[in-house]
Design a protein around this ligand. Structure first.
Ligand code: UDP
Ligand code: MG
Length: 328
């Protein structure tokens, strides 16, 4: 990656940093998360706003946030009307952020806030996207590590954008990167892909991923599978191509087999060949057709949802910070 990027104007020392925290049922971690984040940002020579997005939590998350907001005017709360999922919660936070730089961070302390000053340094050196890259993931099962590894490698091969491996959403974005990201209003938001799609100078910072501080991960395997499907279908049409080639190969095979039967019957004089082989071929073709239809369906379904053009999220309540500029 290029060392320095001169395109950007030099920033003055004082700037506003927005930290966006999507929260969904995080009552157990929030107080600790707030403390740790505060002790980091108190040492940063800048204004900092903390944007908490309450993603339809059913526990005391909102109560805790409201208490924090009452004592700290740097906090703003976006209360979504229901659970929309992390990707959309982050988008809501980005919509409402006004910082010169924006940090996206998980509430569960798996992303160490202590990394933020280092991110700011890289941003001030001219990088628009500074993402944290995991060198280890504590507290996660071997199966999860393996599937996640496989997913990133797969994405690398099938999508045009280079999506960095072992990278979560924990990152710093410059204002122009945020503005670019906000132009992408698709319903199916595979953020990792979108971060790469916008381009701009990007830089990685290695870190050790801690185990969740408390509570449980909201991701089960069905959710992760859907997430992977989302990633693949949002950023690649390769599955559609595979069905085409599969179809062509099968048709070609059938054609050659047809010729073989013709000669077999005419020259060697074999009687009508077996019924079982016929059944196998019919079933095989039926299966392939259904798979291809399913693949098309995945894309068509997404187009269907996309054409409705619904708003990405709805907001139930909003508590601005002292830095907020109302834009809702
Ligand atoms: N999260 C959210 N909405 C959801 C699920 C999760 O805002 O529907 C938030 C959650 O509160 C946390 C972050 O997204 O701050 C990451 O969630 P989690 O720790 O469950 O994911 P993992 O670390 O296992 O990828
Ligand atoms: Mg987590």
């Amino acid at each position: 990656m290029a060392e320095k990027v001169p395109l950007q104007t030099l920033r003055s020392d004082s700037f506003l940093l927005s930290i966006i925290v999507p929260t969904y049922n995080e009552e157990e971690v929030l107080p600790e998360m707030y403390q740790r984040t505060i002790s980091v940002i108190d040492n940063i020579d800048a204004d900092v706003e903390l944007i908490f997005v309450n993603d339809g939590s059913s526990d005391e998350t909102l109560t805790i946030l409201t208490q924090l907001h009452a004592t700290d005017s740097r906090i703003s709360i976006i209360d979504l009307s229901r659970n929309f999922g992390k990707e959309i919660a982050m988008t809501a936070g980005l919509d409402y952020s006004c910082g010169d730089a924006v940090v996206l961070i998980d509430a569960d302390l798996q992303d160490p806030p202590e990394l933020i000053p280092q991110m700011i340094d890289e941003w001030q050196a001219g990088f628009d996207v500074v993402y944290a890259q995991r060198t280890s993931r504590a507290g996660e099962t071997a199966v999860k590590k393996a599937t996640s590894h496989l997913f990133y490698r797969l994405m690398k091969y099938i999508s045009q954008e280079q999506i960095p491996a072992d990278t979560g959403d924990f990152r710093l974005l410059s204002r122009r990167a945020v503005n670019a990201l906000l132009k992408l209003r698709e319903q199916h938001r595979f953020m990792k892909g979108l971060f790469s799609w916008i381009g701009f100078p990007q830089k990685s910072i290695p870190y050790q991923r801690d185990a969740r501080f408390s509570g449980n991960s909201k991701w089960n395997y069905i959710r992760l599978w859907n997430f992977a499907l989302e990633g693949i279908t949002s950023f690649s049409t390769l599955p559609l191509k595979i069905s085409t080639y599969l179809g062509v190969t099968t048709a070609l095979g059938a054609f050659l087999y047809g010729i073989f039967i013709l000669f077999d019957t005419l020259l060697i004089g074999n009687p009508v060949p077996g019924y079982p082989s016929l059944l196998v071929v019919v079933l095989f073709l039926g299966g392939i057709q259904l798979i291809a239809l399913g693949v098309i369906g995945e894309y068509l379904g997404r187009m269907f949802l996309e054409t409705k053009n619904r708003p990405l999220y709805l907001i139930k309540g909003y508590e601005p910070s002292k830095f907020s500029v109302e834009n809702g």
